[in-house]
Design a protein around this ligand. Structure first.
Ligand SMILES: Nc1nc2c(ncn2[C@@H]2O[C@H](COP(=O)(O)OP(=O)(O)OP(=O)(O)O)[C@@H](O)[C@H]2O)c(=O)[nH]1
Length: 440
């Protein structure tokens, strides 16, 4: 049930008591009480009475009899109306939307109960989503979990994230791409986002989709009839929106109450800020600042995982240990900055030559390590020689000279079923590298 349908046909039963001074014109020896009920504008009445003092005259007894008769008719009417219009709470799953509380001001008891149950269910869903967000250990995990959970929990067509093209977001984009986040739930937009969101503090509900097309992924444009745009802040700056897309055109309409959507936006902004801060710290700890490659520390973690995969999936893995030749001479002849540029140049060239599953690390100084999952010794050797040739064909262009960079390498491999530690695998490759250095 959508909030719209709930708001247009609320089940409504009113009950109340009021003293009724006289019934059937009798003297005040009886104090009748009338209970009324209202359902969809129809009234029922329950009237009853009790003696204030002993009735001694005939009028008093007539009054009592009339009261009792009215009471009986009223009771029947009350029960009939109550049973036919009582809301079916067991069937009502007041949880299907993140929109806010009903806007009616005069709420009856039943409506309050219904609304409380509905709000509680929505709050529980938001809480579950928040817990899921907190459990995410990576930025891509955060985005995937968030969009999937919100979509499933609130029965939406799709949920996606739109990020603006500010500098921070480009770094987020690069990290998400590297981590393989679900790209169909991510959109990077260069449109004037502030204009589209109206008020960056409030969700925007839209069912005129024309102006929103740039914020809807192409494959969803025909399927989405209305959407809720929840502005997201990263470190206090508007950086995009979480977009909830529904196939129903009346699910999100301008002017609807959006209290819970605003809550979801706030929680998402807080979650995004927190995971991004964690990712940046992790990035600092595991990346080499000069080349941007994963560092030796990250290599240790990755090698542990990869060695586990070798035995789990029965696939070999090759490791290349690469050491630049005469790198010291680059520093000595052209200066340390040229040496740095040379290391960056090597990192870019080697990365371009690798496949998606291969991993390149800066191990130390002028040493690099490449992991080649699924490859044996001969494959590793062939790949390394191809890299040598490619690097030799792409000299580093300095203002004064072109510098041809060469390297030596050693290959080690691990086959499924063999027990090798990460250190042993690296040392084996290092020994072969040494042989190549000394033989050339
Ligand atoms: N510019 C720059 N130089 C670095 C960096 N890290 C290490 N080096 C330098 O890299 C050089 C490595 O020297 P060596 O280990 O002798 O290596 P090499 O000159 O290539 O000699 P071979 O390996 O025997 O061919 C040293 O001079 C280090 O100072 C860095 O981050 N930037």
């Amino acid at each position: 049930m959508s909030p719209t349908s709930y708001q247009t046909a609320p089940p409504r039963i009113k009950t109340g008591f009021r003293p009724f001074r006289t019934v059937a014109g009798g003297p005040c020896c009886w104090r009748p009480l009338t209970m009324w009920c209202e359902s969809y504008g129809r009234f029922g009445m329950l009237s009853t009475g009790w003696p204030e003092k002993s009735a001694s005259d005939v009028t008093g007894w007539i009054s009592a009899a009339v009261s009792a008769l009215l009471g009986f008719i009223g009771l029947l009417r009350f029960l009939t109306l109550s049973m036919s219009h009582m809301p079916d709470y067991s069937a009502a799953t007041p949880t299907d939307d993140a929109s806010g509380p009903l806007s009616e001001t005069a709420l009856t008891l039943e409506e309050l109960v219904y609304q409380a149950r509905r709000n509680e269910a929505i709050a529980r869903k938001l809480f579950d989503i928040e817990i899921d967000m907190l459990r995410a250990t990576s930025l891509s995990g955060f985005v995937d979990r968030l969009t999937e959970r919100v979509r499933d929990r609130f029965d939406l067509t799709e949920v996606w994230l739109v990020l603006t093209d500010i500098e921070d977001n480009q770094r987020i984009e690069a990290m998400l791409a590297e981590q393989g986040a679900l790209s169909e739930r991510l959109l990077f937009s260069t449109v004037d986002f502030l204009r589209l969101t109206d008020n960056p503090d409030q969700p925007r509900l839209v069912n005129n989709m024309d102006e929103m097309q740039p914020l809807v992924p192409v494959h969803l444009r025909r399927r989405v009839g209305s959407l809720a745009l929840l502005p997201l802040e990263l470190d206090g700056r508007l950086s995009g929106a979480l977009v909830l897309g529904s196939g129903q055109a009346d699910r999100y309409c301008p002017g609807m109450e959006a209290f819970f959507l605003a809550q979801l936006g706030i929680k998402t902004s807080a979650g995004l800020t927190s995971i991004w801060a964690r990712e940046q710290l992790r990035h600092l700890a595991t990346r080499d600042p000069l080349t941007g490659l994963p560092n030796r520390r990250e290599l240790e973690t990755t090698l542990d995982q990869e060695l586990g995969r070798v035995n789990r999936y029965g696939q070999p893995m090759a490791l290349l240990f690469i050491d630049l030749d005469d790198f010291k001479a680059v520093n000595d002849r052209w200066g340390h900055d040229a040496g740095d540029a040379c290391l960056r140049h090597v990192a870019i060239c080697l990365r371009e030559l690798l496949r998606r599953d291969d991993r390149l690390f800066r191990f130390a100084g002028d040493e690099f390590i490449v992991l080649l999952p699924g490859q044996r010794h001969d494959d590793g050797d062939r790949i390394a020689r191809r890299m040598q040739d490619a690097l030799a064909r792409q000299p580093l262009r300095l203002p004064e000279d072109d510098v041809v960079v060469r390297f030596s390498f050693g290959v080690s491999t691990i086959e499924p079923g063999t027990a090798l530690t990460p250190d042993e695998l690296i040392r084996k490759a290092d020994r072969r590298l040494y042989q190549m250095k000394t033989s050339s």
